[in-house]
Ligand binder design. Structure first.
Ligand code: SF4
Length: 392
């Protein structure tokens, strides 16, 4: 890391580095970027405080004081001031960080710039460096797309994409689209990922055939790489920005989905819990509801009873949300399972109201299990019938 240029030839480099760091310090985007942090670390190591030229010391101090939480490793900007600064100083090392991100429970395990849409879908879309394309694809995506995001670097970016993909064996396709980075520091993450899938890595974990600046994978195992190459198909649409074309391609991929891959050993998959009914009823101390559609008036009706059987509130409205919001605000429901049950019954009553079908209020699931005879269906005057939820 330590290899600054000689003293004589250094002044021009220092002047240039100071100028570039001034721009970085002034840019809000850089304060959250891993590149600025890594570059400052490289400069501090190469120029210990005692040997740091004054102008450089003062701009490093100013820039450090403006650093904020790291929100991304590298934005892949066409001009990266910290990268130009370390180049000007002749400091060995890279502007972009190379440390692994800390994983967390759940999916995706690694943070990044993406939107999760549906865990069980088979297609991931990576818009490479094009944030706005990513946003547009998200807003138009169908049910076949699991996740949409960007990727900026040929090392950490690929590692994250690979690890997040391996942690969800439903994903069998990654559609690469949008612009690959063209900036001076030349990441080319898209070309590098395609090279990885085509040829793998060499003995130094360098992606064979990758043209990015530093396509070396340090934080994933060879086994993970091979599993990824074997189970995930990369669809090369680099440079494509037509959203309909991208979405059609995602649909075509889903149409030939081979189903979930064998999970990669060592990845923490999200646990699937089999649904079940409760073994015993737990009453809602706040009371119980009677739900019914009043077809004559085109309204949903909600009666709330205290547990001693006394009616205390009547709510009427045209949509479930108009009913459950006041019910919650008036503290007529105090248990989450009761609230969920109320939402379900209001939705059923709304369907009966809209379609003119009959409606019989279901017992609360606990009550069905424990004592089905406590439901008392009764006519509501429109052909539908209702029953107390007896969630009490
Ligand atoms: S890539 Fe460089 S210029 Fe862009 S935000 Fe990060 S540090 Fe700043």
């Amino acid at each position: 890391m330590k290899n600054p240029k000689s003293q004589q030839s250094n002044q021009t480099g220092v002047d240039e580095a100071v100028k570039q760091l001034h721009d970085a310090a002034a840019a809000k985007k850089c304060r959250h970027c891993g590149c600025l942090r890594s570059s400052l670390r490289a400069i501090e190591e190469a120029y210990p405080k005692s040997a740091r030229p004054e102008a450089l010391a003062s701009i490093v101090e100013l820039t450090c004081s403006r650093l904020s939480d790291v929100k991304y490793d590298c934005l892949g900007c066409k001009v990266c001031w910290p990268a130009l600064a370390i180049n000007a100083l002749g400091v060995e090392g890279d502007a972009c960080p190379s440390e692994a991100a800390e994983s967390r429970e759940g999916w995706p395990p690694l943070p990044g710039s993406y939107h999760v849409l549906r865990y069980h879908a088979p297609v991931a879309v990576c818009a490479l460096t094009d944030e706005s394309l990513s946003e547009t694809v998200v807003s138009a995506a169908g049910t076949e797309i699991a996740i949409v995001g960007t990727m900026q670097t040929e090392n950490l970016g690929i590692e994250r994409l690979m690890q997040n993909t391996l942690a969800n064996s439903n994903i069998r396709f990654v559609v690469l689209c949008g612009a690959d980075s063209q900036q001076a520091i030349g990441h080319l993450p898209g070309q590098s990922l395609i090279a990885l899938v085509r040829s793998g890595v060499d003995e130094r974990m360098r992606i064979i055939g990758a043209q990015g600046k530093r396509p070396v994978l340090r934080n994933v195992s060879r086994e993970a790489i091979e599993h990824f190459r074997r189970t995930v198909e990369i669809v090369d649409m680099i440079g494509e920005t037509s959203v309909p074309h991208i979405l059609d391609t995602a649909k075509a991929c889903a149409a030939r989905n081979p189903g979930p891959a064998e999970p990669f050993a060592g990845t923490r998959l999200v646990a699937t819990v089999a649904g079940y009914l409760p073994e015993r009823m737990i009453s809602d101390p706040a009371g119980y509801f009677v739900v019914f559609p009043d077809c004559g008036r085109g309204l949903l009706m909600l009666e709330h009873y205290r547990n001693d059987g006394v009616l205390d509130v009547v709510i009427e409205g045209r949509a479930p949300a108009e009913m459950y919001i006041p019910a919650i605000e008036k503290s007529l429901v105090s248990r989450l399972d009761h609230a969920a049950y109320l939402g379900k019954e209001l939705a059923r009553a709304e369907q009966a109201l809209l379609n003119g079908g009959s409606f019989v209020q279901d017992a609360a699931p606990e009550f069905q299990t424990v004592n089905e005879h406590s439901i008392k269906p009764s006519a509501c005057g429109c052909g539908s019938s209702c029953g107390e939820d007896k969630h009490a």
